[in-house]
Design a protein. Sequence first.
Length: 285
Amino acid sequence: MKLLTYVRAGTVRHGRLADGDKVVELGDGDLAALLEKAETPADGPAYALSDVDIVAPLLRPGKLLAVAANYQEHVTEAGAAPLVKKTLAPRLFLKPPTAIIGPGDAITLPEVSSQVDWEAELAVVIGRRAKDVDVSAALDIVAGYAVSNDVSARSMDYGYERESGDAAVGFFDWLAGKWLDGFAPMGPYLVTADEVPDPQDLPIELRVNDVVRQRGSTAQMIFSVAELVAFASRLMTLEPGDVLLTGTPSGVGVASGDFLAAGDEIAISIGGLGVLTNKVVGRGR
């Protein structure tokens, strides 16, 4: 099932995609309202997709988690040594919900960076409350999957010089570069887990202005979706509607020195999860 969050008559609502060009309404609010219920509600009225405005599946999840360095070729393309999984823990970090935008929304270039980059990623949405989940059962708590983009500022300029030799400066600049408004596009819908029998067998492709920049597969992840979910649940209680971005394959802009500019269009496809398209606009637009 493909589930959507959209705006109709000025109100956020959610429903399921039907016949490719209609949405069957299921209730008010985004998909978090649906995930918190024990059962799927009865079908409401149907509307043409052209009569609603599709937004991100989850607008303000309780937790928006992401993982760094989860594809070996992405690690090595920037010159770093390959990671050794047996001595590694998943490198989780948080992005703020204000980073979330939906399909068709603009990614606005920030004033604090001139090097804004793309990262195509599989988004995993949690379907029920869980803590300390075993890897063998981790996929059982997943509600579904979506396309996402972990947009990243590769440089930060606050208007004054800082100590360049301090390792903490580089780390926090990297982290702050993940937090900017609009830096977590997601959508166009949530595909329920029953329609994704193997989340480690999904092709990933990202195009900038119709030129392929990333092409890979979720099979290349260092830590699988199940391993990431299980690890996250050891650190914190996972709740319905929480989102986990699972890392990006090689082909990011920083590896070639190419960054996003106003007017660029990014299109990301992952398996049968749809295409997420966003345009880039300059400051003040």
